[in-house]
Design a protein around this ligand. Structure first.
Ligand SMILES: [Zn+2]
Length: 117
């Protein structure tokens, strides 16, 4: 392993960033809840065109939330690995993933070689 960073060092470098992203994702899920609600079928209060608009807004909001939930799970898993002292090391071969790769996305779990293979 030689110069590979210690788990404490990796936590110092990345924990704050992961926790901040976690908070941001949770906040967005909360504030966008209204957009994902079922669209009202009440034709009196909403015309046909604006109802289609509403359905599109809802569909986009639901897709965005789906992506958010996925990312949220990845961020949560990265923080869990950090607790275990496994953060930053490849889930397949155990090699250090590399600071540059982690800088781009701290939630990656495989080194470049394993990701490609
Ligand atoms: Zn690997």
């Amino acid at each position: 392993m030689g110069n590979d960073p210690e788990p404490e060092e990796l936590a110092r470098l990345f924990r704050e960033r992961l926790e901040a992203e976690q908070r941001e994702l949770d906040g967005l899920s909360e504030t966008t809840g209204e957009d994902r609600k079922p669209v009202s079928l009440d034709q009196q209060s909403v015309g046909r065109v604006s109802r289609i608009d509403s359905l599109q807004v809802q569909a986009m909001a639901q897709a965005a939330e789906g992506r958010r939930q996925l990312r949220r799970r990845r961020v949560g898993a990265a923080l869990a690995r950090m607790e275990e002292g496994e953060f930053g090391y490849c889930a397949e071969c155990g090699e250090f993933i590399g600071l540059k790769r982690l800088e781009v996305d701290p939630t990656v779990i495989r080194c470049v070689a394993c990701e490609a293979g």
